[in-house]
Design a binder for this molecule. Structure first.
Ligand code: EPZ
Length: 422
C-alpha cells in the first residue's frame, strides 16, 4: 500500500486545475443504461472510482471506452447481456447502487448487490428502494441482493416523497422516472450541483425534467431516450479542498475552473475565518486576508449548506485557527475518524457524538498518520502541508478514489510532497 510523505514548506502559491466531479461522473455513467444510443462524457476525472464504475458497466455488457488519457468516456449499452451487478464490484464502491434505477427502468428487471456500509456509516439504501417501489417496482431482498422487477416491464410515474434529503436516492429515482409511464414528482429532492448536472445530461438525451436544483423535481416519462455528449461539472469538493491550501499554509492559489456558485456556503465560512475568495476569469483566487485564520463554527447540511465532504478538510484548517471552533456533522454518523490522526499531529480536538470541538494551535507537528476514508486522507495531507517537519500518510488508496494527481497539483504550488510505493 502506497504512502504519501509531506514536508511543511511555508506558504504555497500557484495555479491548480480542478477536475470534473467524481460524484457527478458516478451518476452520469449509469445513465448510459437508459438508452441504446452512445453517451459520451467529457471532462471526466481520472480516479479509481471511475475505473470501478467502468468495470461494473462493462460487467453488464455495456461498452465503455476511456479516451484522451481518461478525460473522455465513450459509452454505449445497446447490447446489455447481464442484468446482475455482482457483490465483488459493488462492495468496492457503494455508488454502484446507481445502476439499479436505470437498469430497472430500461429492461424491467435488475439484480443488484446491496452495497453494505463503509467507514463513515451504515449508509443504507432503503430510500432508493422505497422510491422505486413507489414507482411500481416489486423488490425481493435475498442473499444480499436486490431482485427488482417492474410489472409489465415498465415503471409507472408516482409521487416520491423523501423523509430527508438523499443524493443517491434522488439520482436513482430521477433516472428511473425518465422512462416510467406517466409523471413522477420527487419531493424533498437533493439540490446538489451533481443532481443538476445529471438532469442537464438526461435532458440532452430527451428526458422531460423540471425543477432540478430545487426540492421538487417533476419528470414526464418518455418511451425512450437518445444519446448525448456531456461535460462533467467541475468537482466542488476538490475545489473546496484546494481552496484550503493557501488558507492553511499562507500564499495565494488560483483554482482553475472553480466558480463561486459551487461553493457558496463554504466560501462564506472561509471569509468569516479570514480567507478571501475572489472569482477571476480563470477560476477562484484564494488567500488569507491577514495572518492566522480565526475559529468559526461549522454544521454540515445538504446543499446549499456546508458540504459534509468538506468537513474533514475544514477541521484541518481549524486545528491551526485562533480560538475554538465547533463542528457538527449532521449527515453521517461516523465522520470524525480524521480527528484522532490530527491529534497525533498536536491538534486539540474533543469529539462527543456528532460534535467536534477544536481549539486551534499555532503549529501542528508532522507525524506518521493513517488515512481512514477518502476525505479524511486529504485532510491529513492539508495538515501535513502546514505542519513542522514530516508527515507520512499511509493507506492512500483512499485518496486515489477521489483526487487525481494530488502530488503533481500540490508540487506546482511549491509543496514538498512525494508518493512512497510500498
Ligand atoms: C453522496 O453519497 C456522495 N457520494 C457522498 O460523497 C456525500 O457525502 C453524500 O452524497 C452527501 O452529500 C456520491 O455521490 C457517490 P446520501 P450518498 O444518500 O448518496 C442516509 C465522497 O466523499 N441514507 O445523501 O450515499 C445516509 O446514510 C462521498 O465523495 C439513508 O438512510 O449520500 C446518510 O446518513 C462520501 N437511506 C444520509 O442519508 C438511504 O437510502 C445522506 O446520504 C440513503 C441515504
Amino acid at each position: 500500500m502506497d504512502s504519501i510523505l509531506v514536508r511543511g514548506n511555508g506558504a504555497l502559491s500557484g495555479a491548480i486545475p480542478i477536475a470534473g466531479a467524481k460524484n457527478a461522473c458516478l451518476t452520469l455513467m449509469p445513465a448510459t443504461l437508459l438508452s441504446d444510443e452512445p453517451l459520451t462524457l467529457t471532462n471526466a476525472p481520472r480516479l479509481s472510482d471511475i475505473r470501478t464504475m467502468t468495470q461494473l458497466l462493462q460487467s453488464l455488457g455495456a461498452e465503455v471506452a476511456s479516451l484522451q488519457d481518461g478525460l473522455v468516456l465513450a459509452m454505449s449499452s445497446h447490447s446489455i447481456t447481464n442484468h446482475t451487478a455482482d457483490y465483488d464490484i459493488v462492495r468496492k464502491m457503494r455508488a454502484s447502487i446507481l445502476v439499479l434505477g436505470p437498469m430497472l427502468a430500461r429492461y424491467g428487471h435488475a439484480v443488484v448487490s446491496l452495497p453494505g456500509g463503509c467507514a463513515i456509516g451504515a449508509r443504507p439504501v432503503d430510500l432508493h428502494l422505497k422510491a422505486l417501489e413507489a414507482m411500481g417496482a416489486e423488490l425481493d431482498l435475498r442473499d444480499g441482493y436486490v431482485h427488482a422487477k417492474a410489472p409489465g416491464g415498465r415503471l409507472k410515474g408516482a409521487v416520491v416523497e423523501f423523509p430527508f434529503v438523499s443524493v443517491g436516492a434522488t439520482e436513482n429515482a430521477l433516472m428511473a422516472a425518465t422512462l416510467a409511464k406517466g409523471t413522477t414528482e420527487i419531493r424533498n429532492a437533493a439540490r446538489e450541483p451533481e443532481i443538476v448536472d445529471l438532469a442537464r445530461c438526461l435532458k440532452k438525451m430527451g428526458a422531460k425534467i423540471e425543477g432540478e436544483g430545487t426540492s421538487t423535481i417533476t419528470i414526464e416519462g418518455t418511451d425512450r431516450l437518445g444519446g448525448a455528449t456531456h461535460p462533467v461539472v467541475t468537482d466542488r469538493i476538490e475545489l473546496g479542498t484546494y481552496m484550503l491550501v493557501p488558507a492553511i499554509c499562507g500564499g495565494e492559489v488560483e483554482c482553475i475552473g472553480g466558480t463561486l456558485d459551487l461553493v457558496e456556503s463554504f466560501a462564506e465560512k472561509l471569509d468569516a475565518a479570514g480567507v478571501s475568495v475572489t472569482q477571476t476569469n480563470r477560476g477562484l483566487k484564494v488567500a488569507r486576508k491577514n495572518g492566522r485564520v480565526q475559529a468559526v463554527d461549522v454544521t454540515t447540511e445538504p446543499f446549499p449548506g456546508f458540504p459534509t465532504d468538506l468537513q474533514a478538510q475544514m477541521m484541518a484548517l481549524l486545528c491551526t485557527a485562533q480560538g475554538t471552533s465547533v463542528l457538527e456533522e449532521k449527515i453521517f454518523e461516523n465522520r470524525f475518524m480524521h480527528a484522532p490522526e490530527l491529534m497525533r499531529m498536536g491538534a486539540k480536538i474533543e469529539v462527543h457524538g456528532g460534535t467536534a470541538t477544536v481549539t486551534g494551535v499555532e503549529k501542528l507537528k508532522g507525524a506518521p498518520v493513517m488515512a481512514t476514508d477518502l476525505r479524511a486522507s486529504v485532510s491529513l495531507i492539508l495538515a501535513g502541508l502546514a505542519a513542522e517537519g514530516e508527515t507520512i500518510v499511509s493507506r492512500v488508496y483512499h485518496l486515489d478514489r477521489g483526487y487525481e494527481r494530488v502530488e503533481e497539483k500540490l508540487r506546482a504550488c511549491g509543496a514538498h510532497i512525494e508518493r512512497i510505493s510500498a
